[in-house]
Write a protein that binds this ligand. Structure first.
Ligand SMILES: *Cc1c(COP(=O)(O)O)cnc(C)c1O
Length: 435
């Protein structure tokens, strides 16, 4: 069983809810730092390693700054994400621009700052050359291995052949060839073919495919790839019965392929990169919400003050998030005041629901939980990646803010909640009056 930790006691959580109001996100800085150190240490078996944190998972510059202190760069997919990285003090080749359907102005912005352009298609060579007036010295391409990637069909990304991303095998040879002829000096290779994958063999296979391709590129074109980005996609155990990916195991498996393919091909040293989001912050972020209604119709419902606007994974993918109730620990729950978990005195089967006019707005469906009383604080776990970031304003729901638990126990607000003024900021009401 995988333990579901929450870093505050019931009293501390109640104080925090009193001070900042509910709902809110809470991130655990100490846990984020410890985890990224473990991750980096596992991959230190390569001569050169870099994690480019996928900004889309948790686009908060305070978090990016913490990760930068731990040696991470960022992986960006849009102009605002490039700007966020810059604001967090991350610059130059520490920023990877893995975008698709990218406007010229965004390529220009990234190029002007020396960020790495990771192109998604062969036609983008010409597009970038026209947009910038030249090609950068360093270019990366995103590879789509199509049916070469066998390891099961990934639930979120699907089959590579059906995914819109990247260049085919044929195109990728052509693309490096064209770039070499046009005077590009440095080359990188990237693929992202899985999402929330827990099977370590899948990453070994991705590495093997990219390593073999790099060896072929050297042999056939004389193109020396200098860094290989394995993408993101390392999963986390959302369910208590799932097991976390062992970073050391993944690193050793990839090292095995490195020794078998890259070393004999004369491609050692090769820089190995990840652009993970989910495993870096996912387990260390929580959505805290309050039970404000209970209704009994054909099922028993608990209505909370957060909604799918704050966390849409359950509604969008039917994703499972563990739910705990403050002060009423279940077997797998761990908090500073109940370090061994507990057994609820009374349980009920609930749908825990938000306020959106969409029936998929449910944080938990037919879930056995401790008996919930009105005013109880409810913790939705593993919300630290693709959580608030995916939120939206449908139904004119204002998204909640973000709090950071510092290693010294202090809790600071790193993003305030949205207000009705934010929602109206794009509308000209004076114009309306004269309309
Ligand atoms: C979403 C994404 C990531 C991060 O994925 P995680 O599952 O959060 O690790 C990395 N790279 C690209 C190109 C992505 O689209």
């Amino acid at each position: 069983m995988n333990e579901k930790y929450f870093p505050l006691t019931k009293a501390q959580l109640e104080q925090t809810a009193q001070k900042f109001g509910t709902p809110f996100y809470l991130y655990d800085e100490d846990a984020i730092r410890k985890n990224i150190r473990k991750f980096t240490k596992a991959f230190s078996i390569f001569p050169s390693f870099k994690e480019y944190f996928a900004v889309k998972a948790l686009p908060n510059p305070y978090i990016l700054k913490i990760l930068a202190e731990e040696g991470c760069g960022t992986d960006c997919s849009s102009l605002p994400e490039l700007v966020l990285s810059e604001k967090a003090g991350i610059s130059g080749e520490n920023v990877m621009f893995t975008s698709n359907e990218t406007p010229a102005s965004e390529y220009q912005y990234a190029f002007d700052r020396g960020n790495i352009l990771n192109l998604d298609d062969i036609t983008h060579i010409e597009y970038v050359e026209k947009s910038l007036g030249k090609l950068p010295d360093l270019i990366s391409f995103r590879y789509n291995p199509g049916s070469l990637k066998s390891g099961g069909v990934n639930a979120i990304i699907g089959k590579p052949e059906e995914a819109k991303y990247g260049l085919t095998r044929e195109q990728i040879f052509e693309a490096y060839k064209i770039c070499k002829e046009k005077g590009v000096k440095r080359f990188a290779l990237h693929a992202m073919v899985a999402s929330n994958e827990l099977n370590p063999e899948s990453f070994e296979e991705t590495a093997r495919i990219l390593f073999q391709l790099s060896a072929e590129l050297k042999e056939k074109l004389g193109v020396r790839i200098e860094s290989i980005d394995l993408g993101g996609g390392l999963g986390i155990p959302y369910k208590p019965d799932q097991v976390a990916v062992d970073y050391d195991d993944v690193a050793k498996r990839i090292r095995k392929q490195y020794d078998a393919i890259l070393v004999p091909a004369g491609l050692d040293p090769m820089k190995i990169c990840w652009e993970c989001g989910r495993p870096i912050t996912g387990p260390y972020g929580y959505l805290v919400t309050k039970a404000i209604h209970q209704k009994h119709i054909y099922r028993e419902y608990i209505g909370v003050d957060a909604s799918m606007a704050d966390l849409m994974r359950p509604g969008m993918y039917g994703a499972y998030h563990h739910v705990s109730v403050a002060g009423k620990p279940q077997e797998c729950d761990r908090t500073p005041d109940s370090p061994n978990g507990g057994k609820p005195a009374q349980t009920e089967v609930y749908d825990v629901v938000g306020s959106l006019c969409e029936n998929c707005d449910k944080f938990a469906v037919q879930r056995t939980l401790p008996k919930i009383d009105m005013g109880d604080l409810i913790i939705v776990h593993d919300a630290g990646a693709h959580g608030r970031a995916m939120g939206f304003n449908y139904n004119a729901k204002m998204r909640c803010g973000e709090l950071l638990l510092r290693p010294n126990g202090e809790i600071v607000q790193i993003r305030r909640r949205e207000t009705i003024e934010d929602y109206f900021a794009t509308i000209d009401f004076d114009g309306l009056a004269n309309f």
